[in-house]
Design a binder for this molecule. Structure first.
Ligand SMILES: Nc1nc2[nH]c(I)nc2c(=O)[nH]1
Length: 271
């Protein structure tokens, strides 16, 4: 268990952040939170009408993004079809930033303190299944947390059964029945896996490898939120393909996929 320096009480900080967000957005209660990972950034524009957008650094506990190009705002959107109020967390803190697990979980805790009862976690990741091509969207069915860390502290024995809601996965399949499902493995990063590590991830049941999402999902479950996880496979994981990994290619695949996956996410959120 690691505590982030400077965060004395993560739940009090989340309440402060939620109060500041309400103050800035004028919205009293949020319904759903969305975390937009690599490639998913365009989704916010298609989900509905933006009511407000606040720089993340102006809300307690959030930071400017570590990854260039990631949106660094907290955006309030009225979902087109349902009228629900969505909080789009443009910037996420990755575990590899070394800010500790409290910082990683802050977005989830803030969303819950602001009233959200559902969260869609999206990410970019590597794929182990050679039949999946870069650009493939995969529904997360379950996860394996290889970070060795957790956002939970003390005797908080949280059940993680059906952590990635079967109900929401079924709903996603009403939008696109071809979406495959897979098990997402979070490595600490920031380095990509070795081919041997990727092979291990496959042996233990993983289909996708990434550096985010599992710790956020645990914190979201602790907060009682229903979770849907969506991965954009931007690359074949190390050793699965023959090419070395490049961050540049990852960005390019994400940009190419952005319009299509934004539409998919908007349709799911509007269900
Ligand atoms: N750990 C890990 N994280 C990733 N993020 C992206 I985008 N691709 C990868 C990958 O191949 N491995």
């Amino acid at each position: 268990m690691e505590n982030s320096p400077g965060i004395d009480n993560p739940f009090a900080l989340a309440q402060q952040a939620a109060d500041a967000l309400r103050e800035r957005s004028g919205v009293e209660k949020y319904d759903i939170a969305l975390v937009l990972g690599s490639g998913w950034g365009e989704s916010a524009d298609l989900i509905g009408t933006t009511l407000s957008e606040v720089p993340a650094a102006e809300i307690p506990g959030f930071h400017a993004p570590a990854v260039a190009g990631h949106n660094a705002s907290l955006r309030t959107i009225r979902v087109e079809e349902t009228g629900k109020i969505a909080l789009v967390l443009g910037s996420r803190t990755h575990y590899y930033e070394g800010r500790g697990t409290r910082a990683v979980a802050h977005g989830m805790r803030t969303a819950a303190a602001a009233g959200a009862t559902q969260v869609v976690l999206t990410n970019g990741c590597g794929g182990l299944n050679p039949s999946w091509a870069p650009g493939q969207v995969v529904l997360i069915r379950d996860h394996i947390n290889l970070t060795g860390a957790t956002p939970l502290e003390g005797a908080t024995f949280v059940d993680l059964t059906d952590l990635y809601s079967t109900r929401l996965r079924t709903l996603a399949h009403t939008v696109d029945q071809t979406l495959p499902e897979g098990v997402y493995v979070q490595f600490p990063g920031p380095q990509y896996e070795t081919p041997a590590e990727v092979k291990m991830a496959g042996v233990i049941g993983g289909d996708l490898v990434g550096m985010s999402t599992t710790l956020e999902a645990i914190a979201a479950r602790e907060a009682g939120m229903e979770i849907l996880g969506l991965s954009l496979m931007t690359n074949l994981a190390a050793g699965i393909g023959t090419e070395p990994l490049s961050h540049k290619e990852v960005i390019e695949i994400g940009q190419a996929a952005a319009p299509r996956i934004a539409k998919l996410l908007a349709q799911i959120v509007n269900r």
